[in-house]
Design a protein around this ligand. Structure first.
Ligand code: HOZ
Length: 425
């Protein structure tokens, strides 16, 4: 029996579904999840010692590749000095200063341990600041698993969302409006109706949880203009895009200054670290200064801060994001060409260190379009690529991630593998 399968079976006895986060269970694609034994650079090795070229990268954090020596050393050095204090450290001030320097929209920030905490806290803060209850999110955008965000669209415009998970009372989602990504008219109509009750709009500024989907320029401009006009807080959820799509993040690419930003993944360099921050007048509402409560024993953990600071330093090397972006674009173009040659309907897209491939003629622009892609073909392609030693996200609704360790030669190998795989799907 394969060791992966053995571990999966053992895991299922003691962990629901055998995994600690649902998508890892290979539910959409079927088969046995790969249990990671070790990872270096662009590769990981599974429990059967098979090597894979990794295009998940821990779902975003591994922008430098796995186990970058300088990051590992920083964590080791920090560990010797103590693992957790529940008291402030110099490193926390340093990383906050660094983030504020890189993102001008952030005047102050709070460190937390996960993206879910960051978005949940940012929403509480926006409500506390505005004194309003309604929040707006977009279908297909994922902002972590807090109650008010586990919501699917209601039956029509201005109907409130329904819980998308068991265990979430309808009361928790009755203040959440779910609108369509990239639908400017719907957004404008919503603000016209209830704009003065909206506390915040939270947005994946480049969506990565319904595959990779970019917003139109018109959409992000309308969002900024309407939130400003109606006094609602604009939250850019850059947990996934932060420091990955560009050094100044998606907001830099869009030329938009959000009121609040949430960060995670790259900011922790592979350790559990996330942040939310923005306008100083809004952040002043957070306890101990204000009455919006937020806390965490492991917030600003010294090991996580050491990994994050080192990562932020290394990604500022000249040309880092240009190289990363060129490699994602090379991969996207190569996959599209391979599909064309194979006569398979596939479109692709990329931005910075993120890419998407879609089994559809056109790149989707909304959740509805993303769900119309050919999922059966995706599954077959996913497994054919696994056989080739290429590990893609085990779901058609996740973006792909590359690291700086994914050289042009490795990208070309991936495209060659995709040509062989596409001939079989
Ligand atoms: N939230 C991730 C998908 N967008 C999955 C996290 C994980 O399984 O590690």
């Amino acid at each position: 029996m394969s060791r992966n399968l053995e571990l999966f079976e053992r895991g299922k006895q003691v962990i629901p579904g055998g995994v600690n986060s649902p998508v890892r269970a290979f539910g959409q694609v079927g088969g046995t999840p790969r249990f990671v034994k070790r990872a270096v650079g662009a590769y990981f090795w599974d429990a059967d010692d098979k090597q894979y070229l990794d295009y998940v990268g821990s779902w975003g954090p591994a922008i430098l590749g796995h186990a970058h020596p300088e990051v590992v050393k920083a964590v080791q050095d920090a560990a010797v000095g103590g693992l957790s204090f529940g008291a402030p450290t110099e490193g926390e001030v340093e990383i906050a200063e660094e983030i504020c320097k890189l993102l001008p929209s952030i005047e102050q920030l709070r460190l937390v341990s996960s993206g879910t905490e960051a978005t949940m806290s940012a929403i509480r803060l926006a409500r506390g600041f505005t004194g309003r209850d309604l929040i707006v999110k977009f279908e297909g955008c994922y902002h972590g698993h807090s109650d008010s965000l586990l919501v699917k669209a209601g039956s029509g415009l201005l109907t409130f969302g329904n819980p998308s998970s068991g265990g979430v009372p309808a009361d928790c989602t009755k203040h959440t409006l779910v609108l369509q990504y990239n639908d400017v008219a719907q957004l404008a109509e919503t603000f016209k109706e209830v704009g003065d009750q909206i506390a915040c709009v939270i947005l994946e500024p480049i969506a990565g949880n319904m595959n990779l989907i970019k917003p139109s320029e018109e959409f992000v401009k309308a969002l900024r203009q309407l939130t400003e006009q109606y006094g609602a807080v604009l939250i850019y959820d850059e947990v996934m895009t932060g420091f990955r799509v560009a050094l100044n993040c998606a907001q830099g690419l869009h030329g938009i200054t959000p009121d609040l930003t949430t960060l995670g993944k790259v900011v922790g360099g592979g350790m559990p670290l996330a942040a939310f921050g923005g306008r100083a007048d809004i952040m002043a509402k957070i306890a101990p200064l204000g009455n919006v409560y937020q806390a965490g024993t492991l917030s600003g953990n010294p090991l996580a801060v050491a990994a994050g600071l080192t990562t932020l330093k290394l990604i500022q090397e000249p040309g880092f994001h240009d190289t990363l972006g060129a490699r994602s674009a090379r991969l996207a173009a190569g996959l599209a060409e391979a599909a064309r040659d194979a006569g398979v309907a596939m479109s692709t897209d990329s931005v910075g260190g993120m890419f998407g491939f879609y089994f559809s003629e056109q790149v989707p622009t909304s959740y509805a379009e993303a769900t119309r892609c050919d999922i059966a073909r995706f599954k077959a392609f996913f497994h054919a690529m696994l056989d080739e030693g290429v590990y893609l996200a085990p779901s058609a609704y996740e973006a792909g991630f590359i690291s700086i360790a994914h050289t042009d030669a490795l990208i070309d190998d991936t495209i060659a593998a995709a040509r062989r795989a596409l001939a079989r799907v």
